[in-house]
Design a protein around this ligand. Structure first.
Ligand code: ATP
Ligand code: PRP
Ligand code: MG
Length: 285
């Protein structure tokens, strides 16, 4: 039987969350970080542990069928490779930063300037779109040091918390793109392996939906139920069960996890009691 070949980052910022999401979709992998290849025990899947930066080429060549990869790397090196699912982790931006003391009004300010970056294709495309000419210095790491050592006037690099910029006396002035980990697919995938990928993607969607949602249970007097239903955002047809206590009911529903804290006080002041909020492992639609 054919197996889907999937690349995940060998080590680095994507590795742990990539392995966790595979585990959360019920795939158990015979691991060993030192192995470069491992098989799943209960799903037709082989995992290849690779450098994030090398993965686009493996996808292009069809050496692997799919990959969990930073979207920013796909934009930089993955011409023609499609991303089929956003995975919600390793969120970051690819941004322009300059020394704190300098001023910046628009991208035009980069005309004739020296820009240090590990993302030359992304930067060149951005400059071209904006009809700006600049000189690129391509460096593979510690890009934030470049302005301090006189190598560049500006940088384009990954920004997440902003602390690396801060520590190096830089400020973010423009955002080229927003990125997160994605599931990418090789243009050379066979139809047999595409079927396996579809099954994997179906499971991923249900886990991702679950991660976005919470299961809420609460008790309330019957006369307050209508008001409570109106308060809970995005609720469609909650389950209502009578409690042993006369005139009281229990209400169950799924809500978006980001919305819950905004309405909790309102729920309480409208008579909700014993509010329980539980995580959801899977939401299969
Ligand atoms: N500070 C950060 N916060 C959030 N996500 C990040 C951050 N830095 C990088 N990422 C994301 O994680 C991906 C992997 O970053 P990491 O630094 O682990 O590897 P790398 O050095 O770019 O790649 P390689 O695996 O080729 O060595 C990046 O492409 C980006 O999508
Ligand atoms: O905004 P922040 O939260 O400070 O994150 C941004 C930093 O994180 C990444 O580096 P990383 O730590 O992955 O080191 P690397 O350059 O060795 O990959 C990126 O290249 C930035 O330097
Ligand atoms: Mg990094």
């Amino acid at each position: 039987m054919s197996k889907l070949k999937i690349a995940v980052q060998k080590s680095g910022r994507l590795h742990d969350d990539s392995m966790r999401i595979l585990k959360d979709v019920g795939i158990s992998i015979d691991n060993g970080k030192d192995q470069l290849k491992a098989s799943a025990k209960n799903f037709p899947l082989e995992v290849f542990y690779l450098r994030n930066g090398d993965i686009p080429q493996y996808l292009k060549d069809g050496v692997v069928d799919a990959a969990i990869i930073g979207e920013n790397v796909l934009v930089e090196k993955g011409n023609g490779i499609s991303s089929i699912e956003k995975l919600g982790f390793s969120t970051c931006k690819v941004s322009v930063a300059i020394p704190k003391s300098k001023t910046y009004t628009s991208i035009q300010d980069l005309e004739g300037k020296r820009i240090a970056t590990s993302y030359p294709n992304t930067v060149n495309q951005f400059l071209k779109q904006n009809k700006v000419n600049a000189n690129l210095h391509i460096i593979n790491g510690s890009v934030e040091i470049a302005p301090n050592i006189g190598l560049a006037d500006a940088i384009v690099d990954i920004v997440s918390s902003g602390s690396t910029l801060f520590k190096n006396g830089l400020k973010e002035v423009d955002v080229l793109l927003k990125s997160e980990a994605v599931l990418a697919v090789s243009p050379k995938i066979s139809s047999e392996n595409q079927n396996i990928l579809d099954k994997l993607q179906f499971r991923l969607k249900s886990v991702l939906r679950g991660r976005q949602s919470k299961y809420v249970l609460l008790n309330a007097p019957d006369e307050k139920l209508e008001a409570i239903i109106n308060i809970l955002p995005g609720m469609n047809s909650p389950t209502i069960l009578p409690l042993a206590k006369e005139g009281w009911s229990s209400l169950h529903s799924v809500i978006n996890k980001n919305e819950f804290w905004e309405v909790i006080d309102e729920l309480k002041s409208n008579g909700a009691e014993g509010i329980l909020v539980c995580p959801i492992e899977n939401m299969v639609l």
